[in-house]
Design a binder for this molecule. Structure first.
Ligand code: DHB
Ligand code: FE
Length: 284
């Protein structure tokens, strides 16, 4: 059976793509963000996952307001990036793993998560930039296969943290029951606190972010006590992307003993966003 090697949680700000393209990693503005990633890159070189299941939220590139699935799973042979209009260069296509995709889809539907299946899927900065931060030297070919699991954070109603926690748990169980000797990484991208528009544009809540990060170590279900509206109040309209972190942590297990924190970083602001990073290895 497949093994989950760990889980990485990271923010995904489009401006990071421009910073990478411009070689600004050592610039004083960017250094505190980029300095967070080398320990994670080193761990990946040692652990060598074969596949990455990526929990992320699309921002209007693949799904738009006319058709918005709550949960969607990619089942394509590969996933193409495209220009989103942020001025960031597009990246080479990401190889898929259709065997894992269909196993995930079957297991999730069996567990009453009626996911939308996508045999074609464009992936945006929430998918591409974390991958580039984890494998900066990938060049034209990624060293891992990928499977997208997309959670709606764009059009209300959004799924609750409680539901996303259960989704993550089901994703973890599905990976562990996959008849394969593959080593699988779970990557969750989004958050932390940020609000891009409206009266609270620029809103960041460091106190809540740090409490949330701490909860993923000590009590992974902590955020499920809050409704979507409460989380938006605490973290900003787009801070709700932390749902991805809730789900990706739950894939390792539902209590503190299921994962060990190996590394974390937190820096504010990057663009309008609190940029966080956590690496957990699995205690399976
Ligand atoms: C920003 C952050 C995001 O998560 C996003 O999807 C788009 C923009 C920002 O802070 O600029
Ligand atoms: Fe985002």
């Amino acid at each position: 059976m497949a093994k989950i090697v760990g889980s990485i949680l990271t923010s995904h700000v489009p401006a990071i793509g421009r910073a990478i393209a411009g070689g600004l990693q050592g610039d004083p503005y960017w250094k505190p963000l980029f300095d967070g990633y080398p320990p994670v890159q080193k761990w990946l070189q040692e652990v060598k996952p074969d596949v990455v299941v990526i929990l992320y939220n699309d921002h209007g590139l693949n799904f738009f307001l006319d058709k918005m699935p709550t949960f969607a799973v990619g089942a394509a042979p590969s996933y193409q990036n495209a220009d989103e209009g942020w001025g960031i260069p597009t990246l080479p296509a990401f190889p898929g793993d259709q065997d894992l995709s269909w196993h995930l889809i079957e297991e999730l539907v069996e567990k009453e998560f009626d996911v939308t299946t996508c045999q074609e899927m464009l992936v945006d900065h929430a998918y591409t930039l974390p991958m580039k931060l984890l494998w900066p030297n990938a060049g034209d070919s990624w060293p891992v296969r990928t499977v997208p699991v997309c959670i709606n954070t764009v059009q209300h109603p959004l799924p609750s943290a409680k539901r996303c926690f259960k989704l993550g748990q089901a994703v973890g169980e599905a990976i562990r029951s996959w008849d394969s000797d593959a080593r699988v990484l779970v990557l969750g991208t989004g958050g932390l606190s940020h609000q891009l528009d409206g009266e609270r544009a620029g809103f960041i809540n460091k106190e809540f972010d740090l409490a949330f990060m701490d909860s993923l170590v000590k009590d992974p279900a902590w955020a499920t006590q809050y409704s979507v509206d409460e989380l938006i109040e605490k973290t900003g309209t787009q801070g709700i992307e932390l749902l991805m972190w809730v789900a990706a942590r739950a894939a390792l297990g539902t209590d503190a003993s299921s994962a060990r924190l190996l590394h974390s970083n937190y820096h504010i602001p990057i663009s309008n966003t609190a940029a966080g990073l956590m690496l957990f290895d699995s205690q399976d």
